[in-house]
Design a protein around this ligand. Structure first.
Ligand code: PAF
Length: 289
């Protein structure tokens, strides 16, 4: 496994692999790798001859007062895990070097102002700017993003389409702990009590999915009432949206929908989401263009 810290070194490493004609995949991460990330790597392995993983805690996507400095970092452990997965190339840009002096921001209008975008102004501009740079550095044939960050996945797809970046974006299913908690680097911050409280998110989503009969308002109400009552939880938002456009849905809808929630558990902000499938609908609920 090769590890590179500069775009030049990374490109030089990928050049001969590209010349051999094999597809190149990128899995962008911020490190503190868990099973969810490893599942993205395995999806990438099935789709490309060379898998590149980037590890970069992106300062541009954290707002003032967010957990940029406290974000979990353990590069040695991450590299050991990626080596076990037989990843080919790891790109670990130097902390400031990658973003220093940037004058360009990539902004995807419309999809970025609500849900996470309302609670974290500027967050998605930071994401799309850095994802744009990573796609430019690696020039992969395919890039894999987790459905855990569902809004991010929809936005990245849109950016790639609008800018004709010519990379296939694959969304990989969210990975859950055995008790249902969505795998997240931020789970490392939870105390045992908080971890128990955090289960309210996946349980509320499961309840909404089980009760789903196509009524978006009812599903939203169920999510909100459950999460507002749950001990140890401070609800940020609970929404039911169109899986492709992220538009909030009202009334009875045809086809599938996506439920998304965000809540603070202690000082840790967690997000989760689930597909709500109408009887007879295609079992998708996945982000599409
Ligand atoms: O999902 C993440 O970990 C980040 O938002 C990403 C895509 C690596 C960009 O910094």
């Amino acid at each position: 496994m090769e590890v590179h810290a500069t775009v030049d070194a990374l490109r030089a490493a990928l050049r001969p692999r590209r010349a051999q004609g094999g597809r190149i995949a990128l899995v962008p991460t911020m490190g503190a790798l868990h099973e969810g990330h490893l599942s993205l790597v395995r999806v990438a392995m099935r789709r490309a001859a060379t898998v590149t993983v980037s590890i970069f805690v992106n300062p541009l996507q954290f707002g003032a007062g967010e957990d940029f400095t406290a974000y979990p970092r353990d590069l040695e452990r991450d590299l050991a895990r990626l080596k076990r997965e037989r990843v080919d190339v790891v790109f670990v840009p130097e902390a400031d070097g990658f973003t220093r002096g940037l004058r360009t921001t990539v902004h995807v209008a419309g999809l970025t102002g609500h849900l996470e975008g309302a609670s974290r102004p500027g967050h998605f501009d930071g994401v799309t700017t850095i994802v744009g740079k990573l796609l430019g550095a690696v020039q992969p044939d395919v890039a894999v993003f987790g459905e855990k960050d569902y809004q991010q996945l929809v936005i990245v797809r849109r950016m790639v389409r609008d800018l004709d970046l010519g990379v296939e974006i694959v969304g990989a299913p969210l990975v859950r702990e055995p008790d249902g908690l969505a795998a997240s680097s931020r789970n490392a911050h939870l105390s045992p009590d908080e971890r128990r409280s955090a289960l309210a998110l996946s349980r509320a989503l499961s309840a909404a999915r089980e009760a789903w009969g196509g009524d978006a308002g009812r599903a939203r109400g169920l999510l909100r009432s459950r999460l507002q009552k749950a001990p140890g939880i401070r609800l940020d938002y609970a929404e039911v949206v169109d899986p492709s456009t992220l538009e909030p849905l009202e009334g009875v809808v045809q086809g599938s929908a996506r439920a998304l929630v965000a809540a603070f558990v202690g000082r840790t902000r967690l997000i989760d989401n689930m597909g709500l499938e109408s009887p007879g609908a295609e079992p998708s609920g996945r982000a599409r263009d």
